[in-house]
Ligand binder design. Structure first.
Ligand code: PEP
Ligand code: MN
Length: 265
């Protein structure tokens, strides 16, 4: 499938779809190995950060353009589409040369100049809900993109901050049906960031699918213990397969069309 066919399947035909890959691009070997595995499992869109929004400036900040080149290599090898985060309007020209979809992270959900700049490229824009934002604020963020005459928007619920600290963030599954009735954009669930730990990813993914999400965005790493960011929450290949099998059964019970699952590379 070429990129327009994939975009048609997700934006017009409303197929359920997966976005998966490591938190950050760490090496060519790491990203290509993740991409090959995921593509063999029918996943069509690869994630991986090259510019990472880290809480501490003393931790791994991403490989920048070098990381973008590695993502492009993974795309060339597998034919997957690539989504990666932009943190600054200045990054947009370079990121748009390598990526297929621009990601606006949770911390930038209300960075209005960035939303406008991303929208004005005409590329699909994936927006993650700010962890301190209401659904209404999240939808206003999407309006900043759509006002640029760009309605290829993907929304991602990734957990919000509440009084509950038993997981990293509180996944707001209620946002899924609420957003669904208000805007026509695909609404995905990212179970990885609210889980914070790999053992919680599968139950949160199932909850998201049950709530009617149009897809999942999941962190998968060839060797999660060695990851340079979010090591505890990334799934290894075996864990991803288990999750995908369970989600697949749920989706068929729900009668949903799925992008990619039955396809071989
Ligand atoms: C990510 O998905 O790479 C990420 C940094 O997540 P979030 O913006 O949701 O924290
Ligand atoms: Mn991460």
């Amino acid at each position: 499938m070429d990129s327009e066919e994939i975009f048609n399947a997700i934006f017009n035909e409303k197929n359920f779809f997966m976005i998966a890959g490591p938190c950050a691009v760490e090496s060519e070997e790491q990203i290509v190995s993740a991409a090959r595995f995921l593509r063999s499992r029918g996943v069509m869109i690869l994630r991986g950060g090259a510019y990472k929004p880290r809480t501490s400036p003393d931790t791994f900040q991403g490989l920048g353009e070098e990381g973008l080149r590695m993502l492009a290599k993974a795309r060339e090898v597998t034919g997957m589409l690539v989504v990666t985060e932009v943190m600054d309007p200045e990054h947009i020209p370079i990121v748009s040369r390598y990526a297929d979809i621009l990601q606006i992270g949770s911390r930038n959900c209300q960075n209005f100049p960035l939303l406008r700049a991303a929208g004005s490229t005409g590329m699909p824009v994936l927006i993650k809900r700010g962890f301190g934002n209401t659904v209404s604020e999240f939808l206003h963020a999407a309006s900043y993109v759509s006002k640029q005459k760009n309605d290829r928007i993907i929304l991602v619920e990734r957990g919000i901050r509440t009084f509950e600290t038993s997981m990293r963030f509180t996944l707001d599954v209620a946002a899924v049906p609420v957003i669904r009735e208000q805007v026509p954009y695909p609404i995905l669930v990212d179970p990885s960031h609210p889980a914070g730990k790999s053992k919680y990813v599968r139950p949160l993914a199932m909850a998201g699918v049950g709530a009617g999400a149009d897809g999942l965005m999941i962190e998968v790493h060839p060797s999660p213990g060695d990851a340079l960011s979010d090591a505890e929450q990334q799934l290894d290949f075996q864990e991803f397969e288990t999750l995908q099998n369970d989600v697949g059964r749920m989706l068929s019970a729900m009668g949903r069309n799925v992008l990619g699952i039955a396809e071989s590379p």
